[in-house]
Write a protein that binds this ligand. Structure first.
Ligand SMILES: C[S@@+](CC[C@H](N)C(=O)[O-])C[C@H]1O[C@@H](n2cnc3c(N)ncnc32)[C@H](O)[C@@H]1O
Length: 407
């Protein structure tokens, strides 16, 4: 194919406009779409069916949809799924529909503060807050009332506008709360952290304005979308994917990484996915065990190369849940790798963005352990690329790598 530099520049320009929609709900753990594109270019591939087992904010499915590539994705966090689906829906609208959505959102903004203030607080949301979080308090009382009233107003909206307003509100929850993101979420302690608490209604208004601006910027973007399907849990085997996938690209949860469910507990509560404490337990069983809080009593047996002896030496671990967490993590990941192997057609690629970790001075070579498991499953390791050098909490050197393997 002949290169056309002008066309290329246009595409890049449109792409940057489209990727601005990532700001609707910035996801710290997400990777950039460029990373996916560059990896595909590096491998000189033209994928026809992409699988993403840990989709997060939907970087891979959105990329696939735009490129007209068929895609299946899994994501256990229903809030992240609704975020992905809303973004995908917006991109799929024709120019006329996008103009209408932007106009309807502008209408919502008229006297927005007054409309919220005169709404009644949502009783169900109040009940589920108490059932899920009591006795913890995550908002100042006046902010809490604004959140409950906003939910009532939200429920009166319809269609894609309501989905977009929902994202605008969800993005505003954490910055308006007594919590903040610092790795995982925690209470704000220092005066400057408390001073940074934003006004929930104003933050939502700002978010709606951003969404309108971003939609206006992509009025002219119309494309034939690739088919997208989704399920939730990548540990669950999907018969209908067997032998169909030629490219899997993912960044799985890191061992002892962030807790994806707890970090979005306010959004999950606001969107009705957390109604009581037992819902948190449900998600604990669904996720890949990657943090100490995910460890369940379920016995998971697997021999872990390189560190098996250390895992069995009780004297090395200050908390006996840690070796169990590590074993459970690789057990769960092996299930996903087995699934990916079945889904992949011969010659298909599987790329994993991963890093190693350290516990009380004990190094866990996650990448090397993954490679052993992948080889055991008959994947061929094609390349391992160091993406960046990292540092653990104790200052020890760690790495982030891209493992590229082929069936
Ligand atoms: C590192 S993040 C992925 C970020 C993604 N690459 C992006 O660009 O937004 C890992 C994701 O895996 C999800 N996850 C954890 N266990 C899962 C499971 N069993 N099935 C599907 N998704 C899971 C988490 O909710 C989290 O969103």
């Amino acid at each position: 194919m002949r290169e056309n530099s002008n066309l290329k520049r246009d595409v890049t320009f449109v792409d940057s406009k489209i990727s601005s929609i990532q700001r609707w709900f910035p996801y710290l753990e997400g990777f950039a779409e460029d990373f996916v594109t560059n990896s595909i270019d590096h491998l000189k591939l033209t994928p026809e069916f992409i699988y993403e087992p840990f989709s997060g904010s939907g970087t891979v499915p959105i990329f696939a949809a735009k490129e007209g590539i068929v895609c299946h994705y899994d994501e256990v966090n229903p809030f992240m799924v609704s975020l992905t689906e809303t973004k995908r829906l917006v991109l799929s609208l024709n120019k006329k529909r996008k103009e209408l959505v932007a106009a309807n959102l502008r209408e919502i903004l008229v006297n927005y503060q007054a409309k919220i203030k005169k709404s009644l607080p949502d009783k169900t949301l109040d009940d589920t807050y108490k059932n899920t979080f009591s006795p913890s308090i995550y908002f100042y009382e006046d902010t809490y009332q604004d959140v409950l009233k906003s939910k009532t107003f939200l429920d009166q909206q319809e269609g894609i506008e309501s989905q977009l307003l929902n994202i605008a509100m969800c993005e505003a929850l954490l910055p308006s709360s007594l919590l903040k993101r610092a790795g995982d979420i925690r209470y704000r302690k220092k005066p400057n952290e408390i001073n940074q608490i934003t006004n929930f209604i104003e933050r939502t208004e700002r978010n709606i304005k951003n969404i309108i601006e971003d939609i206006e910027n992509i009025f002219d973007f119309e494309t034939d979308f690739g088919d997208i399907s989704l399920s939730y849990n990548s540990k669950h085997f999907k018969e209908d994917l067997v032998g169909k996938v030629d490219f899997t690209f993912t960044s799985p949860p890191y061992l002892n990484g962030t807790n994806y469910i707890r970090n979005t507990k306010l959004e999950l509560w606001f969107t009705g996915k957390l109604k009581s404490k037992k819902d948190l337990n449900f998600f604990r069983q669904e996720v890949i065990t990657s943090g100490i809080n995910d460890v369940t009593a379920v016995k998971k047996e697997i021999l872990i190369p390189f560190i098996e002896e250390k895992l069995n030496d009780k004297s090395l671990w200050y908390d006996r849940r840690i070796p169990k967490m590590i074993r459970d993590y690789f057990f769960d990941m092996k299930i996903v790798f087995e699934n990916v192997y079945s889904y992949t057609l011969k010659g298909g690629y599987f790329c994993i963005d991963i890093g190693d970790s350290i516990y009380g001075g004990i190094h866990i070579p996650t990448d090397k352990i993954f490679i052993e498991i992948l080889k055991e499953l008959q994947f061929k390791i094609e390349e391992v690329i160091i993406l960046r050098k990292r540092k653990s909490k104790d200052g020890s050197p760690l790495e982030q790598l891209l493992i590229i393997c082929k069936k």
